[in-house]
Design a protein around this ligand. Structure first.
Ligand code: PLP
Length: 356
């Protein structure tokens, strides 16, 4: 039986994506070839890449605004260094918001390239909220933030208006909610949180920001070279790109980001209401910064953990334990997780209350 999959990543994808991508491995587009054994320069695969790149721009509402979408390899973690390599000037500086493990991973890499200012941090409070009221100096080359902190369950609800470039790691909430995406100059996201399987990284760049920092950039790390090569500078990760395309098509057919946002809001409202109502549980993140993608929560009395764990496992739930660095529970409610799965979890939480 299919599990109620709360995995934080790699994540649940729509069932039709699994079925269609399995079919493509056996026989892609009735070509008599597997997707895995054909040239990435073939007409069939070039069409996949073109449609995937165009659909990203369309779904984000960025058509005609000078943006280019790339599907690269190396994960969001490689973007931690590609961003400063491409955007930080020699002897330049950048500003970062430190909202968790992934943000501080990005900061670590930026320090290899130049002065890296941490303009706000919630580290001292175990990253349980998003810092506010911070100042971004006007002389930085860019400001970097993380829209959703997958491990801690916090999410930025607003983004600062900046006098510099705005760069955002959206790995765990891209395509989950409506935003004015044109406020960002560069967005990146590992596919495996909300868009597809592991192995591809989406980068969306405003093209005019490139080529201005005076550095010599190795080819594979140079966004401009990837754009020029139409995201095929070398052999791209064909399977994760195809599965991402199928997920983007599924999203479009559903009504796009506006439609999924309604469902995501309903899922998050259902679960947080139970966390707040049920005396056995408490939320881990500051209420105003709660993530609609990753809900983190704790048992008030750890003595009930064994009972609760046995109950949710028996209900067919998978992937609920919190990140190894923070413990507790984390319900990752990515786009493909149905509302019914959240109801199953809420019912288990109620049942625990009635037992105790
Ligand atoms: C998972 C995650 C990353 C790291 O992604 P990789 O693709 O594994 O490198 C970076 N940022 C955020 C917000 C994440 O959730």
């Amino acid at each position: 039986m299919k599990k109620h999959n709360y995995s934080a990543g790699p994540c649940i994808l729509p069932q039709e994506v699994f079925e269609k991508s399995a079919q493509a491995i056996l026989n892609f587009n009735d070509s008599g070839l597997s997707l895995l054994e054909m040239s990435h320069r073939s007409k069939d695969f070039v069409a996949v890449m073109e449609e995937a790149r165009a659909l990203v721009i369309e779904l984000l509402g960025l058509e005609g605004k000078g943006y280019s979408a790339l599907f690269l390899a190396g994960g969001a973690s490689l973007e931690f260094l590609m961003v400063p390599y491409n955007l930080m000037k020699e002897n330049g500086k950048a500003a970062y918001l430190d909202t968790g493990t992934w943000a501080s991973g990005a900061i670590k890499e930026a320090k290899l390239f130049g002065e890296t200012l941490i303009v706000g941090s919630s580290k001292e409070e175990s990253y349980n909220h998003i810092p506010k009221g911070y100042n971004i100096p006007t002389d930085v080359d860019y400001f970097h933030c993380t829209s959703n902190n997958t491990i801690y369950g916090t999410q930025m609800k607003e983004f600062p208006s900046v006098d510099t470039l705005l760069v955002c790691d959206m790995s765990s909430d891209i395509f989950s909610r409506q935003l004015d995406f044109s406020q960002f100059d560069l967005i990146y996201a590992g596919a495996q949180k909300n868009m597809g399987p592991a192995g591809a990284t989406l980068v969306v760049i405003k093209e005019e920001i490139l080529g201005k920092n005076g550095r010599i950039i190795p080819s594979m790390l140079d966004y401009a070279k990837h754009i020029k090569a139409e995201s095929m500078y070398n052999t791209p990760p064909v399977f994760p790109i195809y599965a991402s395309l199928l997920t983007l098509q599924w999203l479009k057919n559903l009504g796009g980001i506006a439609a999924i946002e309604k469902i995501n809001n309903a899922k998050a409202a259902l679960l947080y209401a139970e966390i707040d109502r049920n005396p056995l549980f408490r939320g881990a993140a500051a209420v105003e910064d709660r993530s609609n993608m990753n809900a983190t929560f704790l048992l008030n009395d750890e003595a009930h953990a064994a009972t609760f764990d046995a109950m949710w496992k028996a209900a067919g739930i998978s992937g609920l334990p919190g990140h190894r660095s923070v413990g507790g529970y984390r319900a990752s409610m990515y786009n493909a997780l149905p509302l019914e799965s959240v109801q199953v979890l809420v019912d288990v939480m109620k049942e625990l209350e009635s037992k105790i």
